[in-house]
Design a protein around this ligand. Structure first.
Ligand SMILES: [Zn+2]
Length: 407
């Protein structure tokens, strides 16, 4: 039977079967260790229609993260992300950005309110532990790109009250707060990072005041350094790799890792293929051929994709990644190893970027999370080290940020 003819539920069963097969490869000792440590993923995007009847996180869905997958994979906590792509700074652009951020927040809030017996919002490190102790999953909220804040930082207290605990300085393209690691030259950005703007400096101070972690992932090198210098609390890179393993603008140099170490911050290594390992030169054209064959070449067609098509597409893309030797868990843990070598075991963590482009061979959804722990064990990390990498370090930073916040 063609994969295209499979029903969504058949595809779901196939995914569950794959997950079960993979789980079988994890030794009981590793699984037990994985269950003992608190696992916190600092970057989970929410797809279109998240927490609606179309995509109900209480069910096994086509998303990489939902409650059944978190349970299956022993993923205890995740930052769910309010992401807004960079647009123009005019009234229209800002109004759209604000509406988009509001809709994303509402989706996360709907998930939490729909399943109070399964997941709860944490606003502090203590709450992360308290919720975890009740056996429920922990939801945290991060904002990727503060573009929706507009031309002031007046909304920071509102987002803080809603539970947002990190905000990045930028996304792709410079914004009103600072320079991006990936300036948008077509939109007129200079190639050199201009650094934090006056409003960007105000933002860092406001985040400090309201107990929100300053996130430098996606930030340009100068913006990143200035944010680290200005912040009176440790900073984080919520989802980045290291340049020493793959020289990519989104990845951190050794100097940046040292800055993060020196301010007692944490760099969360990201499991996004093209930041982990260079893609095979023929992969892109092979992917385009599959999209064309499935009638999904246009953005519009992809926006209207059905669950069934999505499963078929995912399966075919995974086959291509395997064929062309794309990034796997082992490649991903190379980034962790290097970050630990340079910054130290107290300054490294993990982010999937699931449902935002993340996923690597062996860790393609939350259900496969024990495989990451298995690779860390294989590399010789102790349980204490693994607990730090899986969330302990991030929680230490969050506590310091709470203390540094104004009374
Ligand atoms: Zn990102």
């Amino acid at each position: 039977m063609s994969i295209l003819l499979m029903t969504a539920s058949a595809a779901l069963m196939m995914i569950s079967a794959q997950t079960a097969a993979l789980d079988g490869a994890i030794s009981p000792e590793v699984r037990a260790l994985h269950e003992r440590v608190l696992t916190l993923d600092t970057h989970v995007d929410i797809g279109r229609n998240y927490a609606t009847y179309v995509l109900d996180p209480g069910q096994m869905t086509s998303a990489q993260v939902d409650l059944p997958k978190m349970r299956a994979g022993g993923l205890d906590a995740a930052f769910f992300i309010i992401y807004t792509g960079q647009g123009p700074l005019d009234a229209d652009g800002l109004a759209q950005a604000r509406a988009h951020a509001e809709a994303s927040y509402q989706a996360i809030d709907r998930m939490i309110r729909s399943y109070p017996d399964q997941i709860a919002l944490a606003r502090t490190a203590d709450e992360i532990e308290a919720i975890h102790a009740t056996g429920r999953k922990v939801a945290l909220i991060g904002i990727e790109n503060p573009y929706p804040l507009g031309l002031s930082v007046d909304d920071v207290p509102m987002w803080a009250a809603r539970g947002v605990r990190y905000i990045s300085m930028t996304h792709f393209g410079n914004n009103q707060f600072g320079g991006s690691s990936n300036p948008n030259l077509a939109a007129g950005d200079e190639p050199e990072d201009p650094g934090l703007t006056d409003l960007g400096r105000e933002l860092v101070r406001a985040l400090n005041d309201y107990g929100i972690m300053v996130d430098v992932s996606h930030g340009g090198p100068l913006t990143m350094r200035q944010a680290a210098e200005l912040s009176r609390a440790p900073i984080i890179a919520s989802h980045s790799g290291v340049k020493a393993v793959l020289d990519h603008p989104r990845n951190l140099s050794d100097e940046q890792l040292e800055i993060i170490r020196d301010v007692n911050g944490v760099a969360q290594m990201v499991a996004l293929r093209s930041y982990v390992k260079a893609n095979h030169p023929e992969l892109a054209s092979a992917q385009e051929a599959v999209l064309a064959e499935m009638g999904l070449e246009t953005r519009e067609a992809r926006a209207a994709i059905t669950d069934q098509q999505r499963f078929a597409l995912t399966t075919r893309m995974e086959a291509l990644h395997a064929q062309y030797g794309s990034a796997t868990i082992s490649d991903f843990v190379d980034h962790i190893d290097h970050a630990v070598q340079v910054a130290g075991i107290d300054h490294v963590g993990i982010a999937s970027d699931f449902d935002g482009g993340g996923g690597i061979g062996g860790w393609m959804n939350a259900a496969e999370t024990p495989a990451v722990t298995a690779e860390l064990v294989r590399r010789g990390y102790s349980e204490v080290d693994i607990a730090k990498i899986w969330g302990g370090n991030l929680m230490r930073v969050l506590r310091e940020v709470e203390v540094a916040a104004r009374d």
